[in-house]
Design a protein around this ligand. Structure first.
Ligand SMILES: [Zn+2]
Length: 303
């Protein structure tokens, strides 16, 4: 049985059966390891941009802040939207950040405004007294940032999209001309975090990896050799060969459908695994899902 307290590395050890098995099986595992190595490198890059809660946010790309779409509205409407966003933000913070840590601690639920020193909910975007933009709270998870109360695999992607648009609009650099340089800095920092959070949460694979990281399971530690099922490896490699063998969209289309169907099935199983807090099962499913996501990418690159 694998519980939430599962240590990193246990997943890897999950089924190193057949270490001295048939050469063919060994070869398949080796190929799988090469594939997963590439995947792990990509994930490591992603994790570098997605720091764990409690760890200070890495210097984020300033360009991220520029991605927001602009909108011409009255300043009153803008202020209302900012307040709405701030409220959403504050109401969601300090709630779900504790996938592994257990209960909330209320002593940290408030913070002082850097400008007027009034107390406000920790994680608030704006001070409710003076409307000054507050510094980013590095203890917030991406789920907190995006208004999702509990870290979960089963998110409402339409709601995520709406919140992203609202925050992007609120934090757009064009809106901060009246802000102090300090506030502009905070705003750019928030915008960068929001972009990171949205980027990670919107896709099932990166969302699953992030959930695992919140649970203390490092994908980088676990990916090597997670797929031990020779049939699965064979299937994936055959599909890859089929993709490589053709440039015909009519042949690629059914392969794409198949890769997507496999992803949907794996996502359903991931949802179950996360609901059961079975990080070991989730990590193994993430490894499988990674193969099919890469396969889809390979197919769409040719279409
Ligand atoms: Zn204030």
């Amino acid at each position: 049985m694998q519980g939430p307290q599962l240590l990193p590395g246990v997943v890897v050890a999950g089924g190193v059966a057949g270490a001295g098995g048939a050469p063919q099986q060994h070869a398949m595992r080796y190929t799988g390891a090469l594939l997963t190595r590439a995947v792990a490198a990509a994930l490591a890059a992603r994790h570098a941009a997605a720091p764990l809660p409690g760890v200070p946010f890495a210097a984020a790309s300033a360009a991220a802040a520029a991605a927001a779409s602009s909108s011409s509205s009255t300043s009153a409407a803008a202020l209302l939207a900012e307040r709405a966003a701030s409220h959403l933000w504050a109401s969601s913070s300090r709630r779900g950040a504790h996938f592994e840590r257990g209960s909330d601690s209320f002593e940290e639920a408030e913070a002082s405004c850097w400008s007027c020193h009034d107390r406000h909910k920790r994680g608030s975007l704006l001070c409710q007294s003076c409307d000054k933009i507050q510094p980013a709270d590095s203890s917030q998870t991406y789920f907190d940032l995006m208004g999702i109360r509990e870290p979960t695999f089963d998110i409402d992607t339409a709601a995520l999209e709406r919140r992203y648009k609202l925050l992007q609009w609120t934090l757009h650099p064009d809106k901060s001309v009246a802000r102090t340089p300090q506030e502009q800095g905070f705003s750019a920092e928030h915008a960068s975090h929001v972009n990171q959070a949205y980027g990670v949460l919107r896709k099932p694979l990166s969302r699953a990896n992030y959930l695992l990281s919140l649970a203390g399971v490092q994908a980088g530690d676990n990916f090597e050799g997670t797929i031990e099922d020779p049939e699965l490896l064979m299937e994936v490699m055959e599909a890859r060969e089929q993709v490589e063998a053709t440039d015909d969209p009519r042949e690629l289309a059914p392969l794409l459908d198949s890769a997507r169907a496999r992803q949907s099935a794996l996502e359903a199983r991931l949802s179950e695994a996360f609901r059961a807090r079975d990080t070991g099962a989730a990590a193994a499913l993430v490894a499988q899902l990674t193969y099919y996501v890469r396969l889809e990418e390979a197919i769409t690159a040719k279409m």
